[in-house]
Write a protein that binds this ligand. Structure first.
Ligand code: A2P
Length: 346
């Protein structure tokens, strides 16, 4: 069996990684449609040695498509995803458009893959920062329960797309060359005020909500509860953009419901699917964003007991935000769908 697959946002930071993964994993594809905005129409992209031409994404693009992977921003998903479903496709959506909708499963395969079978045509991929955190916390949740999470993130610019990557590179050069810095994209391209990202730390990712948290921070709060199916988990997040191109890092303080043994925690994490423990302070071994780039796993280290709270644990979680945080999580879901009669509940 092979499938007609569409990638919406095929020219974007995430879309390019999806193409690479489908090729590397030899996903059974009959026809691959690469879709983007009008701007990219006619762009040639190589897939398995053949040249494919990028088309403009329109409602007609989804005729005969079995699986559509969307990574072209919330607006594009809101306007085209339901049309794709009406034409018979299953949509795996990387944007924030439908994540909190009650009839849309929000899936991290290592955590709640079984919920995908309840889909009504759309399956959402969570936010990148949430995915890597819940993947690492899953074995601890299952063994001890989780009462509270306090997380601070150190996020790469690629999470804001190709233009943000370019902005970091351009600004860095401008500063090193003693030139004036141009600011066009970050922190939020749709807002008028911009801040320099080169040599900086910006404590704003996405727009602010009325409660003083940013939308990125609230995604971590809401999505964590939904993925674990446990609204009682308390989550506080501070999300920060740093001048890093690939790989999000997170400092996570987690209060478990039961007392724990640190050795057992380490073993649980070492045996957890999709998780790799790198934790040897004596040899200065811990996860680094630079090492995570290009890898599919979630890396965990700096495991240490809290000094005051007997049930609290501190850890450092790193993953490639474009891969496990986006493209790989989506392709994992697609692989699961085709292994398990992909259309079962539609
Ligand atoms: P394009 O390259 O033609 O602008 P990134 O996250 O790296 O910024 O990429 C965003 C992706 O979403 C790109 O592939 C971009 O295409 C695509 N995109 C943006 N707006 C639209 C739109 N209105 N319709 C379809 N694709 C879009």
């Amino acid at each position: 069996l092979s499938y007609n697959v569409a990638i919406v946002g095929a020219t974007g930071a995430v879309g390019k990684q999806i193409i690479r993964l489908l090729e590397e994993r030899d996903f059974p594809i009959q026809q691959l449609k690469l879709l983007a905005s009008k701007r990219s129409k006619g762009t040639i992209v190589e897939f398995k040695g053949k040249d494919l031409v990028v088309e403009e994404a329109t409602p007609e693009s989804f005729e005969g498509v079995d699986i559509a992977l969307f990574s072209a921003g919330g607006k594009t998903s809101r306007s085209l995803a339901k049309i794709a479903v009406a034409k018979g496709a299953i949509v795996i959506d990387n944007t924030n458009a439908f994540r909190m909708d009650e009839d849309v499963p929000l899936i991290v395969p290592e955590v709640n893959m079984e919920e995908a079978k309840n889909h009504k045509g759309v399956i959402s991929n969570p936010n990148c920062s949430t995915i890597q955190m819940v993947t690492a916390l899953k074995p601890l949740y299952d063994r001890y329960g989780i009462e509270r999470i306090i997380v601070s993130t150190y996020q790469a610019v690629s999470g804001a797309g190709n233009q943000a990557i370019n902005e970091l590179i351009v600004q860095t050069k401008q500063i090193l060359d003693g030139k004036e810095v141009t600011k066009e994209i970050l922190p939020v391209s749709s807002l008028p005020k911009k801040h320099q990202i080169a040599f900086n730390a910006i404590p704003q990712i996405d727009v602010f909500e009325d409660n003083g948290f940013t939308l990125e921070e609230m995604k971590m709060v809401r999505e964590t509860k939904k993925i674990f199916g446990d609204p009682s988990i308390q989550v506080t997040a501070t999300c920060v953009r740093l001048p890093i191109i690939y790989g999000h890092s997170e400092s996570v303080y987690v209060e478990l419901k039961e007392e724990y043994d640190l050795k057992e925690v380490r073993e649980l994490l070492m045996n957890a699917p999709g998780v790799v423990v790198i934790d040897d302070p004596a040899n200065q071994e811990y996860p680094l964003a630079t090492d995570s780039a290009g890898k599919l796993d979630v890396f965990v280290g700096r495991l240490r007991r809290d000094l005051d709270h007997p049930r609290a644990l501190n850890m450092w979680i790193v993953s490639d935000n474009l891969l496990k945080g986006a493209a790989w999580n989506a392709v994992q879901i697609a692989e699961h769908l085709i292994r398990n009669d992909y259309n079962e509940s539609k």
